[in-house]
Design a protein around this ligand. Structure first.
Ligand SMILES: [Zn+2]
Ligand SMILES: [Zn+2]
Length: 314
């Protein structure tokens, strides 16, 4: 079959570049915590980024406490794969008590270092019955962030991310290798869990170098999407790229005139340390700029519920 190079694609995907990349479960949240700390210094959102750093550290500890082998791999995996559906769909995978374990571990870890208003929220969640926690979790999992309490959402999302990352990284590697043929799957949804991406990453090392992957906001998996293609409506024309003046160009908004949405792209060739969640949060000014242009954000951010943090960010 002839490979057609998409406009803007630096080179066709190398044979060995995988369609889906799985997170490094030993490091993913620890690296994020370090990156957030680095970004926080002198940043207008310093206290928020510092808090997110301790939250990411607590996420790594919670993930480390879950045995790798405990994911139920028999859980309809082959069934879903056959139908070209996400492997662990967020919408119909039962919530496991493991997510409560992750939540309580995270809450206990950040309680002492949190400011008083956050401590109040933490104590409220610590006392909440499991079924109420599950209801809040389900709303977040299906993307009902509008219904979420902005004070509780980041804490719940942090625990769900740990649980979903645990599931995704417990998949046998050969399963990831075979998640390749679902080219018909909508690029706006994670092939592993069906969630929306938060940002795209243009890699700068290994077989993925020069390729764009979308990063899952929920399970930390990444999937390949050719460059210069809208991840929302798949348009390949009418795209433009906007960065913040005075910045190094490592974060840009890819905006689409067809559907009037944008997705942030992180360019690792400019900075190898860019992290999808940390650098998304630290570049909130770019979201505000896009909001001024009336372009809607495509994809979700679990840690930023619009309307709340934007007011504190002035
Ligand atoms: Zn996912
Ligand atoms: Zn579009």
């Amino acid at each position: 079959m002839t490979q057609i190079i998409q406009p803007g694609e630096i080179r066709p995907p190398a044979q060995e570049a995988p369609f889906v990349r799985s997170a490094d479960r030993k490091q993913v949240f620890r690296r994020r915590a370090d990156r957030l700390l680095q970004l926080a210094a002198g940043h207008p959102l310093e206290p928020f980024l510092m808090f997110m750093s301790s939250l990411a550290g607590a996420q790594q500890d919670a993930l480390d406490a879950i045995p790798e082998s405990s994911a139920d791999l028999a859980m309809g995996l082959a069934e879903h794969r056959k139908r070209g559906e996400p492997v662990y769909p967020v919408t119909d995978t039962p919530l496991d008590p493991l997510w409560h374990q992750a939540l309580h571990s995270i809450l206990a870890a950040i309680l002492d270092s949190s400011p008083e208003p956050t401590r109040k929220v933490i104590r409220g969640l610590q006392e909440m019955p499991a079924d109420e926690l599950d209801t809040l979790a389900r709303n977040l999992l299906v993307g009902e962030t509008a219904m979420a309490d902005p004070a509780k959402a980041p804490l719940l999302a942090a625990a769900l991310q740990v649980y979903r990352t645990h599931l995704a990284t417990s998949l046998p590697l050969e399963e990831f290798g075979s998640i390749r043929s679902e080219q018909e799957h909508h690029p706006g949804n994670c092939p592993v869990c069906g969630s929306r991406p938060d940002v795209g990453i243009v890699h700068a090392a290994g077989p993925e170098s020069g390729l764009r992957y979308l990063h899952c906001s929920m399970c930390e998996s990444e999937w390949h999407l050719v460059r210069v293609k809208c991840s929302n409506c798949e348009a390949t024309t009418g795209l433009s790229y906007l960065g913040l003046e005075g910045e190094d160009g490592s974060v840009k908004a890819e905006s689409c005139t067809e559907c009037n949405t944008y997705l942030k792209l992180l360019y690792r060739e400019k900075n190898h340390e860019l992290d999808p969640v940390a650098d998304d949060l630290a570049s909130l000014a770019l979201d505000l700029l896009m909001a001024e242009e009336n372009v809607l954000r495509n994809g979700s951010s679990l840690f930023f519920i619009p309307g709340e943090e934007s007011s504190s960010a002035n």
